[in-house]
Design a protein around this ligand. Sequence first.
Ligand code: PLP
Length: 369
Amino acid sequence: MAQKIPLVDLKAQYAAIQQDIDTAIQQVIGSTAFIMGPEVRSFEEAFATFCGSPYCVGVASGTAALELVLRAGGVGPDHEVITAAHTFIATAEAISAVGARPVFVDIDPRTYNLDPDAVAAAVTPATRAILPVHIYGQPADMDRINAIAKTHGLLVVEDAAQAHGATWNGHCAGTLGDAACFSFYPGKNLGAYGDAGAVTTADARLAEQVRLLRNHGRHSKYLHEMKGFGERMDTLQAAVLLAKLRHLQRWTAARRRLAARYTEQLASLELETPYVDARANPAWHLYVIRTPQREALQTFLQERGIGVGVHYPVPLHLQPAYTDLGYRRGELPVTEAVADTCLSLPLFPEMTDAQQDYVVEQIRLFLEG
Ligand SMILES: *Cc1c(COP(=O)(O)O)cnc(C)c1O
């Protein structure tokens, strides 16, 4: 009988830490401090320490983190923000939400992250920010991106939604630009039991602005310094995240070991395994291979109980939601080629070697059979 191996296994993770999670949730329910309870600040402090960032502000989602930090950074109408089209749509939606224009540029064919040459070529007088995505958990080339930003006086906001604990030159995602945005969507490397997100930054003013914006522009209950939003992190989610954060380093180590094991075992097969920049230590949110037979391999593995995914099948410049920007197929050839050939294999910290061996064996059967 075919095994069942999901793309991510949140049940296995809960089973391993159930006592901690249940205690944390009960504590919040008992206190009834559901909004901005003490766990929110405790999580912010713990996550700031984890990243090595001076400030962390908890918000309602990764999407909210992106939108609020762009607002706090003064990005608005008539501004352009350079970003990737090979990402989840929230990256660009946040740019649109503040009234700015996403400018999509192509990616590096090896890392699938923003191509710094393409970024440099896309800068105009209207450019206000660069929004690199650390796709699949590997940091973008922050050396070049920060250098370009410095030359032109641009804000750099990391989309670190997939990169908790990833490093670049030994520094954690979350400390590599002016500010960074994290998602704690349940399936992310650090996942809440619902929506949650955070902004990290070393800029006290930016942190303070995000703090105000997330909570109706206020410091005290009915005095509002500015027009803000209801985008706070729930206390319940903060409690879950605080309990889980204690395990994140170990989980990341497990992902790294499994990723190395995939790369080793798949090396002799006719497909492309992930390339890792020498300056990067990825967090391996996803392990993504490439093959021109993507559709057939995807079906073959699914029929054998293996949960595979495609991240992402339609690049943002070709999404119906973004036809107004006027992009055409062919304008971002690397992005389009990756979208057509990428396949995400099961990867989660609790995955056993036997489960992984089964995945590899089925891929081998497909390619050699
Ligand atoms: C998950 C994700 C987001 C959005 O985060 P949410 O918490 O779901 O709002 C943004 N960018 C990227 C790259 C993501 O993977």
